[in-house]
Write a protein that binds this ligand. Structure first.
Ligand SMILES: [Zn+2]
Length: 298
């Protein structure tokens, strides 16, 4: 009986056998979804974390190695279902930026020390628990009329022809002084004026999800505050290393740096385990064209 099963498997095309129904393809910096089976928890990269409204999401850091990764879904009876995720490499754009002077390029000793201390506080704040999610998807837009962002997520930036830096969020031309609302309920884990990011706010939304806004003109919240979805957390500005007023939004989920705009759209648009190959490819292509969230083209 056993050898018969083995023979039957070998007779199948290898791809069909190695890749069962539970499979999904996603781009670096993207998020995959496993819906249609009531989930309690999800597993990815050796971590287990809660489902969001009964669905599993697998956030893929923009630097995660391309290739095949195992994903898991734990249903409400505690049964484990396994799947495969194929991470596709993305060629992120390269951007040159000119700053008027080298304050943010060749750091003075004081500024270098300040940056090291601030960096340490950020690293500490980002160590959040993947406890009960306080958010649903899509997240709330920070402003009602969210303009299109440049295709600048994970772009490699070259400042004044010398200094290299990777942009881990998205910039959008929201006018100076506009109030920015929290994308979901949560707790402010850090709100302070920092050297590079200017006035910055980091909010822990539970479930391992953290949102961040940089370069604000003023902060409306303090570290430790609890915030509600849509509550003003600050105003758009150009503090820190910035070439002009704009909204910078970043998202970390289970420590993966992902394209924040993906979570502002209907989650059904994310590549999903149940999708056909053609549907998956269409969603990946759509995400890479970086269209604005639905409802903004008025
Ligand atoms: Zn930015």
């Amino acid at each position: 009986m056993k050898s018969w099963t083995l023979l039957a498997c070998l007779a199948l095309p290898l791809a069909a056998h190695a890749a069962p129904d539970h499979r999904v393809q996603v781009a670096q910096g993207g998020v995959a979804r496993w819906a249609g089976m009531e989930a309690k928890a999800c597993g990815f990269l050796g971590k287990r974390y809660p489902a969001v409204d009964g669905d599993c999401y697998y956030p893929v850091d923009f630097q995660l190695k391309p290739g095949v990764h195992e994903i898991a879904l734990y249903d409400t009876d505690g049964r484990q279902h396994l799947g495969w995720m194929t991470v596709e490499k993305v060629d992120f754009p390269e951007v040159e930026i000119t700053l008027p002077d080298d304050t943010y390029i060749n750091l003075s000793e004081d500024n270098a020390k300040r940056h090291r201390e601030e960096r340490a506080r950020v690293v500490k704040a980002l160590k959040v628990d993947a406890d009960e999610p306080q958010f649903s998807l899509p997240l709330a837009k920070p402003v009602k009329q969210l303009p299109q962002s440049e295709n600048d997520f994970a772009s490699r930036r070259l400042f004044n022809g010398t200094h290299k830096s990777t942009h881990t969020g998205r910039d959008a031309p929201v006018s100076v002084g506009s109030k920015l609302g929290s994308v979901a309920d949560g707790t402010v884990i850090l709100a302070e004026d920092q050297f590079f990011t200017g006035n910055a706010v980091y909010v822990d939304h539970g479930g391992g999800l953290v949102s961040m806004f940089f370069h604000l003109s003023e902060l409306s919240v303090a570290t430790g505050d609890t915030v509600k979805r849509g509550q003003a957390i600050g105003k758009v500005g150009s503090s820190g290393r910035s070439t002009g007023p704009h909204m910078h939004l970043g998202i970390r989920w289970m420590n993966a740096r992902i394209d924040p705009y993906l979570l502002l759209e209907d989650p059904a648009k994310l590549p999903s385990v149940a999708d056909s190959a053609a549907e998956e490819q269409a969603k990946i292509d759509q995400a890479q064209r970086s269209e604005p969230p639905e409802g903004d083209q008025q």
